[in-house]
Ligand binder design. Structure first.
Ligand SMILES: *[C@@H]1O[C@H](CO)[C@@H](O)[C@H](O)[C@H]1NC(C)=O
Ligand SMILES: *[C@@H]1O[C@H](CO)[C@@H](O)[C@H](O)[C@H]1NC(C)=O
Ligand SMILES: *[C@@H]1O[C@H](CO)[C@@H](O)[C@H](O)[C@H]1NC(C)=O
Ligand SMILES: *[C@@H]1O[C@H](CO)[C@@H](O)[C@H](O)[C@H]1NC(C)=O
Ligand SMILES: *[C@@H]1O[C@H](CO)[C@@H](O)[C@H](O)[C@H]1NC(C)=O
Length: 331
């Protein structure tokens, strides 16, 4: 059916628009501090709770109410409190970190202080990911683990402290607020935290970095939907109520056909006149004879009077009319 053909085409166009939007955001999947849930397809942007160190305030995160402290987690029964940041190094200046080279001090994302000694529990990392339904971020390469530290001088393959954070949705939290809680550590080597934040609630279907669809795109989609509704609804009406078939079931078929004929005739007149200007020494009629060959008729034949007369007369009438138009054109 021709009706469903055009409707299908419009729908195809529509779905391809949506598809390309999804593809674009998929490319941004590995944007820093953004993770995509494989189950819901939603994007989780943790950069809202990623505090920017002063030297990295590149204007990207403007409405961060300039915290000068990183997030804190109480150790409770552990003999230290923790300081950490999400996806970025801690804002505090950390120095003399146990077992970590001084060149890497400024990239430490989580640490604690015990007995006046600073221990790193992980270097900066900014690729959160989903483990099942859990949004997880880990930091590795901290200070050497306690037992390994004693043999570190003689052994190159030492274990280092690391951190695993699990993010929990907290709809009541402020958008830029994160509340990390220390869950535990078994051997003072890997530290486990839960971070409550509204950033973990996700719900962003399209990657925020892509900026979504511009106003032009939105307008285009609305127009497209309007055209689809017009076509489908009009066809359905023409088909069921007016009992039209074939091309005639297209809404306002005669109007569109008439408009098409008019434009076509205008083109014929325009181009043959122009052609005549360039080839002025040739007989003027020869350029127009084709106009009579159009058995469909249209603007010209309608004006020229096309009753029951023969084809020859028809052509003469048209040519007379065109000559008249031509003279006006030359003025
Ligand atoms: C951790 O912080 C709390 C208050 O924020 C404080 O009372 C406690 O003494 C701190 N613990 C350590 C080991 O510093
Ligand atoms: C460490 O920090 C510096 C700036 O302080 C940054 O340029 C560099 O990319 C960071 N390295 C890593 C591995 O994040
Ligand atoms: C920790 O270091 C500060 C100075 O950096 C010093 O005043 C203090 O006595 C030290 N405390 C311990 C327990 O060593
Ligand atoms: C830590 O995160 C990286 C990606 O950032 C991942 O490849 C690795 O498997 C994670 N490790 C653990 C123990 O979760
Ligand atoms: C590293 O430590 C292991 C035991 O933890 C030991 O068996 C091995 O010999 C050490 N390697 C070196 C080079 O000292």
């Amino acid at each position: 059916m021709k009706l469903t053909g055009s409707a299908h085409y419009a729908l195809l166009l529509l779905s391809s628009l949506g598809l390309s939007a999804a593809e674009n955001s998929h490319l941004k999947d590995d944007a820093p501090c953004v993770a995509r849930s494989p189950t819901s397809g939603m994007y989780f942007d943790l950069s809202a709770i990623s505090l920017s160190p002063p030297e990295r305030k590149d204007g990207k995160r403007v409405n961060k109410d300039d915290r000068d402290e990183s997030w804190h987690a109480r150790g409770h029964d552990y003999p230290a409190n923790f300081t950490l940041n999400i996806c970025s190094p801690v804002l505090e200046t950390v120095e003399d970190v146990v077992g970590v080279d001084s060149s890497r001090w400024k990239n430490i994302s989580a640490y604690y202080v015990h007995d006046n000694k600073t221990y790193s529990i992980g270097q900066e990392a900014s690729d959160p990911f989903f483990r099942g339904r859990k949004l997880v971020l880990n930091y590795t390469n901290g200070s050497p683990c306690e037992d390994d530290w004693k043999t570190a001088s003689s052994n190159t393959s030492i274990r280092r402290k690391s951190t695993i954070m699990s993010f929990l949705c907290d709809r009541d939290a402020l958008p830029t607020q994160a509340t990390p809680s220390f869950v535990g550590t078994m051997d003072s080597c890997t530290y486990f935290f839960e971070v409550r934040s509204s950033a973990a609630c996700g719900g962003i279907a399209v990657d925020p970095n892509s900026g979504g669809m511009g106003p032009g795109g939105v307008f285009g989609v609305i127009m497209l939907i309007a055209v689809v509704v017009y076509m489908v609804g009009g066809c359905a009406y023409q088909r069921t109520v007016m009992h039209q078939r074939g091309w005639r079931q297209c809404p306002n078929f005669s109007l569109w056909a008439g408009m098409f004929d008019f434009v076509k005739d205008m083109f014929v007149i325009l181009f043959s006149s122009l052609g005549n200007c360039f080839r002025s020494n040739r007989p003027s009629r020869s350029g127009y004879t084709r106009a009579g060959g159009d058995d469909r008729g249209g603007f010209i034949s309608a004006i020229g009077g096309r009753g029951g007369q023969g084809e020859r007369r028809d052509v003469d009438a048209e040519n007379r009319l065109i000559d008249q138009l031509d003279e006006e054109w030359d003025d």
